[in-house]
Ligand binder design. Structure first.
Ligand code: DC
Length: 214
C-alpha cells in the first residue's frame, strides 16, 4: 500500500459536492479519478440483480469477491452489463448502506481501490474512508461538507423529488455511514476541511489544487 504519494483523498457526506469537485480537480491536476461510492453501488446492484438480500452479509461477501466491476470516468459495468444508470436509482441508493457496512465487502473493495491507484501511479479518490483507511498516507486529504439544506437542494436538482424527504433520506444515510463499526465516515486528523455550501465549484477546485501543488 506504499505509493499513495500522488493521491488526493476526498471524503465527506452525500451532497457535499465530492463527485463534481473530484472530477474537475482530477482534470486540473491531470490525475485519474476514482469514485469508490460507485464501487459499493456496483456490488449492491449485483446483489439486487441476482436476488441476493443486501443485508445477507455472507451472501453479499461472496458476491463482492466474484463480481467484476469495470469502472471508468463516466460508466460502470457490473459483470459486463452497463449499470451506469441503475447504480444511481432508488433501489440501489436505498440498499447501499447495508452493503457498505459489510466488512468483507469493504476489505475486497479496499484492495481493489489500492491496486487501481497503484497501477496508475496516483489519483483523485473520493469516498468516505479514503483518508482514514484506504490511503492514510495520501499526499493531500480533504473533507468536504455543506449544510444539510444545501446538500438536500443539490440532490433535488440532480434527481428531483421533495426536498424534505430527500433531507431525511440523506440524514438517515449519513447516520448509517458515520455510526457503522467498520471505517465510519469521519474527518481524518490531518485533512483540510472545506465547506462548499456557499462557494462555486471552480473556487473550491482552485483552492484544493493550490494546496496540492504547495
Ligand atoms: O458517495 P455515494 O453516495 O455514491 O456512496 C454510496 C454509499 O457507499 C454510501 O452509503 C457511502 C458508501 N461508501 C462507503 O462506505 N465508503 C466509500 N469509500 C464510498 C462510499
Amino acid at each position: 500500500m506504499t505509493p499513495s504519494v500522488n493521491v488526493v483523498a476526498i471524503d465527506g457526506p452525500a451532497g457535499a459536492g465530492k463527485s463534481t469537485i473530484s472530477r474537475q480537480l482530477a482534470r486540473v491536476l491531470n490525475l485519474p479519478y476514482l469514485d469508490t461510492g460507485a464501487m459499493y453501488r456496483g456490488i449492491t446492484c449485483a446483489a439486487l440483480r441476482s436476488g441476493v438480500d443486501p443485508t445477507d452479509d455472507s451472501a453479499v461477501a461472496h458476491l463482492a469477491v466474484s463480481t467484476i466491476l469495470d469502472i471508468s470516468d463516466d460508466a460502470l459495468f457490473v459483470d459486463g452489463v452497463d449499470a451506469t444508470l441503475d447504480i444511481r436509482g432508488e433501489a440501489v441508493t436505498r440498499a447501499v448502506s447495508s452493503v457498505a457496512a459489510n466488512s468483507e465487502v469493504r476489505r475486497e473493495l479496499r484492495e481493489r481501490q489500492r491496486s487501481w491507484v497503484q497501477e496508475r501511479g496516483g489519483g483523485v479518490v473520493e469516498g468516505r474512508d479514503i483518508a482514514t483507511v484506504v490511503f492514510p498516507d495520501a499526499r493531500l486529504k480533504v473533507f468536504l461538507t455543506a449544510s444539510p439544506l444545501v446538500r438536500a437542494q443539490r440532490r433535488v436538482a440532480q434527481i428531483g423529488g421533495d426536498v424534505d424527504q430527500i433531507a431525511r433520506d440523506i440524514a438517515e444515510r449519513d447516520h448509517k455511514d458515520s455510526t457503522r463499526t467498520d471505517s465510519p465516515l469521519r474527518e481524518s486528523v490531518n485533512s483540510i476541511l472545506v465547506d462548499t455550501s456557499n462557494r462555486s465549484i471552480d473556487d473550491v477546485v482552485k483552492q484544493i489544487a493550490e494546496v496540492f501543488r504547495g
